[in-house]
Design a protein around this ligand. Structure first.
Ligand SMILES: [Zn+2]
Length: 412
């Protein structure tokens, strides 16, 4: 079914993918923020592998004293195309999340178990799949001596799971891609669907905030002598919930889900015993806002409501903004990169691509904020972060074929 890779090459390619997985999946690459040593050891293996493909590997490591060798590694490599003023970068993050409860795994998480078409292990999908896909595309081009229409770049980045400060954001902020001149297209294989039709071209704004409601602690048998922060907190948070739904009614069917969402999530324990009226109530909110609205709109709504509620009840409600991240402009569907890549999906897969926006955050948002066209795409069952994470060799082969088809037939 592949358009570029012939059937004789498929087994050869699968063997390469498995052997590559076995080289790097057993070497844990967990962020110091999650209690790990960082990605340095895994990066060394992958750098060596790039060199063995005959590519020049450039290191742009970010300093981080907490990590092994004091760095968070990032590696760039390139296969030259017929025209050198355009580059398709495949971005693969090399860090993973921990395996979680080992008892939930059918196979050991770090030994790469292959059963028929399935490959099991922590990080084989998220985001080892992007690593093996990018390497196999490069290997194919180098070994066959084929020049793609435009350059193929490989960007191996650290720290995706804990904010990309030492990874892609570090590279973009340093202007590293501009060193290569010309225009840059970004493919981020880090999410997708089983038929390869899902293409993520946009994200929502993200806002995290904390609502602290203060009343007055007292004995539970004498509630009139205090002010129950738990009850008032519930009242306020429900009021905020309702106001949000009334004020943020925009609908955009490009997004999954098609509306802004604002959800109360974490709740701090207020008091350790039952017979005390709590004086403080703390609730956290996670908001995902359609880009046509502004993050400020949500903060202003929460703060004005908090002020009115406090004056009416005698409680004191504070809104703390813990963090926010602007989504940037959605990637345009009529950009030459996106139009060409969607054609490649259509023609190699026989499916109609579905460009969508999501509420989750990927590294693509940092690229979009700098005006680069970026799409998140791969073929997968979305098993990231789960026990028994797996992917399928046939998915990877299909993706390699679609990317090669784009590079050899569609790229302009
Ligand atoms: Zn990922």
């Amino acid at each position: 079914m592949t358009r570029i890779i012939n059937s004789n090459d498929i087994q050869y390619m699968k063997n390469y993918i498995i052997s590559l997985y076995k080289k790097f999946i057993p070497i844990k690459a967990i962020s110091p923020d999650l209690g790990g040593d960082g990605e340095a050891e895994r990066a060394d293996i992958l750098e060596k592998e790039l060199r063995s493909l005959g590519l020049v590997a450039r290191r742009v490591d970010a300093p981080d004293k907490r990590a092994k060798k004091g760095i968070r590694p990032n590696i760039l490599a390139m296969v030259n195309g017929e025209r050198k003023d355009k580059t398709l970068w495949i971005v693969a993050h090399i860090d993973t999340v921990p395996e979680g409860d080992p008892a939930l795994w059918k196979y050991p998480p770090y030994s790469v178990t292959v059963i028929d078409d399935y490959v099991y292990g922590r990080g084989v999908e998220d985001d080892g799949q992007a690593v093996v896909t990018a390497f196999a595309v490069a290997k194919y081009l180098v070994e066959k001596g084929i020049r793609p229409r435009i350059n193929l770049g490989i960007a191996l980045v650290s720290d995706e799971e804990t904010g990309s400060r030492y990874g892609l954001r570090y590279l973009v902020d340093k202007g590293v891609f501009n060193d290569y001149g010309g225009s840059h297209y970004f493919l981020v294989p880090d999410a997708g669907s089983p038929d390869g039709s899902k293409v993520i071209v946009a994200e929502k704004h993200i806002l995290h905030m904390r609502v602290v409601t203060k009343g007055k602690q007292t004995h539970a048998s004498m509630p009139h002598t205090g002010l129950n922060a738990h009850r008032l907190g519930m009242m306020f948070n429900l009021e905020l919930d309702k106001a949000f739904r009334e004020k943020f009614t925009e609908y955009d069917e490009v997004y999954e889900p098609p509306v802004s969402t604002c959800e109360p999530t974490r709740k701090e324990e207020n008091i350790g015993n039952i017979n005390t009226i709590p004086g403080t109530d703390v609730v956290y909110w996670d908001c995902r806002i359609l880009p046509k609205r502004e993050i400020r709109d949500v903060i202003e709504l929460a703060k004005s409501l908090a002020f009115k509620f406090s004056s009416a009840t005698g409680a004191h409600v504070d809104i703390d903004v813990l963090g926010y991240d602007d989504a940037g402009e959605p990637t345009r569907l009529d950009s030459p990169f996106v139009a060409g890549f969607l054609d490649a999906i259509r023609e190699t897969r026989g499916v109609e691509p579905r460009p969508i926006g999501i509420g989750g955050g990927t590294v693509a948002r940092y690229l979009r904020k700098h005006g680069y066209p970026a799409i998140v795409w791969m073929t997968c069952d979305e098993t990231a972060h789960q026990p028994n994470e797996y992917t399928r060799l046939s998915y990877i082969i299909s993706d390699i074929d679609t990317i090669l088809y784009y590079l050899l037939k569609k790229a302009t």
